[in-house]
Design a binder for this molecule. Sequence first.
Ligand SMILES: Nc1ncnc2c1ncn2[C@@H]1O[C@H](COP(=O)(O)OP(=O)(O)O)[C@@H](O)[C@H]1O
Ligand SMILES: C[C@@](O)(CCOP(=O)(O)OP(=O)(O)O)CC(=O)O
Length: 445
Amino acid sequence: MPDHKKSSVVSAPGKVLLAGGYIVLDRDYSGLVFGLSARINVVSHPIQPTQGVHLTEIVVESPQFDDDSWVYGYTPVGDHGGVKVTQLDPGTKPFKPNHFVETTLNYVLSYIVSLPPKQTLSAITPAKFTILADNDYYSTTATTTFTPQRRFRHLGQTISKANKTGLGSSAALVTSLTGCLLSHYLPPSVFSLSTPAGRATLHNLSQAAHCAAQGKIGSGFDVASAVYGSCIYRRFSPALLSSLPAPGTKGFGEAVVETVNSPSWDQEINKEETDLAKGLKIRMVDVTGGTATVSMVKLVNAWREKNREEADGLFAEVEEKMKVLAGALKNGDEAVIRKAMGEVRRLMKKMGEQSGAEIEPNSQTKMLDELEGLEGVVGSVVPGAGGYDAAALVIRDDEGTVGRVARFLEEYSQREGVKARLLDVLGEVEGARLESWDGERWEEL
Ligand SMILES: Nc1ncnc2c1ncn2[C@@H]1O[C@H](COP(=O)(O)OP(=O)(O)O)[C@@H](O)[C@H]1O
Ligand SMILES: C[C@@](O)(CCOP(=O)(O)OP(=O)(O)O)CC(=O)O
């Protein structure tokens, strides 16, 4: 039996960027993001030598998916290089890499062993990390309908084949795995999620690992909300991460510590001005069909380049309405929420029309307009980058409204030949947290 006294459980929420898509990529502007009640949890267990596992192994498993466990060996890298993990061939199963997991291990283990006073590799002991994602991250498939009550449903397929609902799984995963590794290997005097310094470490290290795994430096709003929950977010300067050497090369470990602990991090996380008044809920609608965020960002950037003055005017207006919306969500003024969300929609639709990116396509306009006509629906937007795949709603917190929205989406799906459904997930304000070990809760699978 694993020793639960030595286990840590860290969870991080998914995200919804209610207002501020595209503008938040530029440090001159900020965006309004909420965390979501759908969390990714990571549970650590020391591996007992009696299990016959090789002494320098770390196992990461995601038991909701077929064949998804990854075994890594770890070795020190000379010249302040930190630690490099290498995926070991499990022999019995197909060999599949998980780039997000592997990159996070390289960054976090290198950070831990390179912290001053220099820790040695003996700080890292063999352990297993289990990933448990709340059900709303993935769309249901026929194979899963028989086990609807499970908190962490088995998806009956591999991660690469699962249909994601766009709640930000990679950011929540990188953040919860980073938090769990730090909590598992470092004493509370060096890392604690409950101190502002600990949260800043979690944020900076998760951003670094997530950007490296993604192969691009986005605005980072998804990692910021995974760490801090709801906030008005102003991004960090991308230059902070531009000169890190690659994992496994000399100087990497030292550079990760220097970068993560640097006083130059300049993101702004304003939590004071974000909350959700009692009586209101943020709900997500999943619409089947995908959008490629990267190409939409390229279109908006190209348009802005050519039409700087007009674009900057529009960006400033979006930011202004975003702030009005944040204030109204906090104090519960429905009329102001409705108006501000309407303005955000109008401005984002215009941005799309001007740039050629389908930010609020006509099919979404139709669905949102009809949703806003339902009693109890206060406002709606296409969240994040927009596109065809999601909608976010602010609704009154009563059963009547939830039922009306769910019934409408069913009828609308049939009528319009799409698949739109209300997710169970709710907007929430809390970010990453240390979960208590309460026995069976983490042992369902
Ligand atoms: N539950 C999970 N278990 C293991 N890895 C996961 C899990 N969820 C996400 N990931 C990692 O994140 C990647 C998905 O990232 P990405 O395509 O950016 O999706 P998203 O838009 O949801 O962040 C997966 O390929 C996998 O590497
Ligand atoms: C365009 C953006 O400003 C917002 C994208 O928001 P989404 O919530 O659509 O993000 P993905 O889940 O990564 O597709 C890009 C950014 O801020 O990085």
